[in-house]
Design a protein around this ligand. Structure first.
Ligand SMILES: NCCCN[C@H]1CC[C@H](NCCCN)CC1
Length: 290
């Protein structure tokens, strides 16, 4: 098969490429171009507007970390909201937490959900959990109708802020998130790459520090098929006792048990949890995290 190149103005001067065995789906939704292909070495790949969203081989790193970093940091999360996440992978990870009673998901693009159900059933199985309530639409509008303090945790599993996700890095969105979280609730937000986007990360952290009176942290993990090979997460808590992210309160062992659909965890564990918050020196200098 031939190589497909994923270059983008968000990471000028570089491109990541994957060998394509077979194109499985290609169409335009109301929001973006949706592509699925069989790669030679990373399994099936989901691409939106020429940006790799996930591959079967390494999606575990991103989906497990974006879910368990927040959910293992607070006692017995009950009500959880996912913004984005239309592939269903984060839903399947949240389902591992037996304390969770409600999982709201607000995804703007129905085509992503339909395509994931067809080509990534092991991720889309997340939609089958009876606790899941699916809302198709814009998260800013969705959050307006949410009663204040409804959620214990909110996970923003978004694409990059150059398409439908543009508004998800601006202050009004973070204010809407903070209002929807209960005191002591936790936000985990996809937060780009330390090698590519420290200005954008600082922009998001500044908004979070203005809006969340608790603590604001940055964590990161390895995802080989994302540009620069790493992706970060901003994790904030609203007021209340500072959360000790280095000692997750919910024992990971509980998550090890096989849940109905997903096998055991492939990436996340308590040491990886702790290590995720250790930042390289250049990043500590560039980010004003108090
Ligand atoms: N649930 C699937 C993952 C969706 N998250 C995003 C996919 C695109 C990726 N670009 C990274 C660009 C360089 N930081 C960010 C995460």
């Amino acid at each position: 098969g031939k190589l497909m190149y994923f270059n983008n103005p968000m990471w000028p001067g570089e491109a990541h490429s994957l060998k394509v065995e077979k194109i499985l789906f290609k169409d335009k939704s109301d929001f973006q171009e949706v592509l699925v292909f069989e790669s030679s070495t990373y399994g099936r790949v989901l691409v939106l507007d020429n940006i790799v969203q996930l591959t079967e081989k390494d999606e575990c790193a991103y989906q497990e970390m974006i879910t368990h970093l927040p959910l293992c940091s607070i006692i017995s999360p009950k009500n959880v909201l996912v913004v984005g996440g239309g592939d269903g992978g984060v839903l399947a990870e949240i389902a591992r937490h037996s304390s969770v009673e409600l999982i709201d998901i607000c995804e703007i693009d129905k085509m992503v959900i339909d395509v994931s159900k067809k080509f990534f059933p092991q991720l889309a199985v997340g939609f089958d959990d009876p606790r899941v309530q699916l809302h198709i639409g814009d998260a800013v509008e969705f959050l307006r109708d949410v009663p204040a303090g409804k959620y214990d945790a909110i996970i923003v599993d978004s694409s990059d802020p150059i398409g439908p996700a543009q508004e998800l890095v601006e202050k009004p969105f973070f204010e809407a998130i903070a209002r929807a979280l209960r005191p002591g609730g936790v936000l985990c937000n996809m937060a780009e790459s330390m090698w590519l986007h420290t200005h954008l990360i600082q922009h998001m952290i500044s908004h979070c520090q203005e809006v969340f009176r608790g603590s604001v942290h940055y964590a990161w993990t390895s995802v080989p098929t994302y540009p620069s090979g790493v992706i970060g997460f901003i994790i904030c808590t609203t007021e209340g006792p500072p959360v000790d992210f280095l000692n997750p309160v919910n024992p990971i062992e509980k998550l090890e048990t096989e849940t109905r659909h997903r096998g055991t965890l492939k990436f996340y564990n308590s040491e990886v949890h702790k290590a995720a918050f250790a930042l390289p020196t250049f990043l500590k200098r560039e980010l004003c995290l108090h």
